[in-house]
Design a protein around this ligand. Structure first.
Ligand SMILES: NC(=O)c1ccc[n+]([C@@H]2O[C@H](COP(=O)([O-])OP(=O)(O)OC[C@H]3O[C@@H](n4cnc5c(N)ncnc54)[C@H](OP(=O)(O)O)[C@@H]3O)[C@@H](O)[C@H]2O)c1
Length: 323
């Protein structure tokens, strides 16, 4: 088997590659970089690309995909592209136009996966982060089940192959799963997940419902000021990860990525550095022992780098629940 194309079957019959390329970058990084690094990621073998409207780079990522199709490197069906519905578009009538806007930016006919990005609705409008005069985020109240029904319609319309959620806790997943008249289950829940927040309870819950857990910030996040609590320790400097990496003659980053794949988690890795992009695809070239896996399980400390504090107080703020 060609491990680089290793995929997992989703509950709707489609397949998702177990390693994905994260495209989010801080605002100061030029958008043309997104084009160049995404092309490079496809060249070295990434087939799963994770993006979102709110990253403001779908135009460049779409251009990269189309250029790699045009030069014969890949076909559209080789690529698994994920986009996400931002929080200002949760009202049901805004969902399909939001996906259509992403497709227009991408210049693609469909996305492979469309996710509800974060379960806290925000005031609709031009602003992606609508704030009041005191700088406080203006939130909105939308029943997530109604948003989900609008996503189901997008799937039926062929605009996305699969639909899922992101940053949902198990109660919010249950709410969707128990919704009367549910047509499609979420195929995945994309959440922060790494050895310091290993999400073992949420993972068990997802597995029991045939929902794939997709790990973001699997390398410990980009530690972007204002978004991440910088008092938390740096994951890739963890002594246990470093010792296991040394033993396998690999890097702590590769150990952190491999850990997820071996526990049945689809993992994203963001890098805008060519050497590290190339390195990350080497995750298929070695294996962790059961003892290594156990040791990594042992360093969990429930550290969440991205607490998305702007949503605290909203009834759907997801991180007040244990899992
Ligand atoms: N659904 C959500 O709410 C959500 C939230 C956050 C992220 N995401 C998605 O998940 C993706 C990944 O998460 P993330 O952006 O938090 O970053 P991450 O994957 O945890 O990566 C963190 C940092 O690690 C560095 N890195 C990459 N490969 C490395 C290696 N081999 N050795 C050492 N350092 C390495 C990268 O810096 P360099 O670029 O300098 O290499 C990167 O900034 C995002 O891009 C986005 O697509 C989704």
């Amino acid at each position: 088997m060609d491990l680089k194309s290793q995929k997992v079957k989703l509950n709707d019959g489609h397949f998702i590659p177990v390693l994905g390329f994260g495209t989010a970058a801080p605002e100061e990084v030029s958008k043309s970089e997104a084009l160049e690094v995404t092309k490079f990621a496809i060249e070295v073998g990434f087939r799963h690309l994770d993006c979102a409207h709110v990253y403001r780079n779908e135009e460049q990522v779409g251009q990269a995909i189309r250029s790699k199709i045009a030069d014969g490197t890949v076909k559209r069906e080789d690529i698994f592209y994920t986009s996400k519905l931002w929080c200002t578009f949760f009202r049901p009538d805004l969902v399909q136009p939001a996906l259509e806007k992403s497709l227009k930016d991408l210049q693609l006919d469909y996305v492979d996966l469309y996710l509800i990005h974060f379960p806290v609705a925000m005031k609709p409008g031009e602003e992606l982060l609508p704030k009041d005069e005191n700088g406080k985020m203006i939130l909105d109240s939308v029943d997530l089940c109604r948003t989900w029904e609008a996503l189901e319609k997008c799937k039926d319309a062929g605009l996305t192959k699969s639909i899922g959620v992101s940053n949902f806790n198990h109660k919010q997943l249950e709410k969707i799963l128990n919704k009367p008249g549910l047509k499609y289950k979420p195929v995945c829940n994309q959440v922060e997940c790494h050895p310091y927040l290993n999400q073992s309870k949420l993972l068990d819950f997802c597995k029991s419902h045939d929902i794939v857990l997709v790990a973001y910030s699997a390398l410990g996040s980009q530690r972007i000021k204002g978004w991440v609590n910088l008092n938390h320790p740096v994951l890739l400097e963890d002594p246990v990860l470093c010792a296991i990496a040394k033993k396998h003659k690999q890097t702590p980053a590769l150990v952190a990525l491999r850990y997820q794949i071996q526990r049945g988690v689809v993992v994203l890795a963001k890098s805008y550095n060519r050497k590290r992009i190339k390195e990350n695809i080497q995750v298929f070239d070695f294996e962790l022992s059961p003892e290594d896996m156990k040791a990594i399980d042992g360093i969990n400390r429930n550290i969440r780098y991205s607490e998305m504090l702007f949503g605290v107080g909203h009834p759907e703020y997801p991180f007040s629940e244990e899992y």
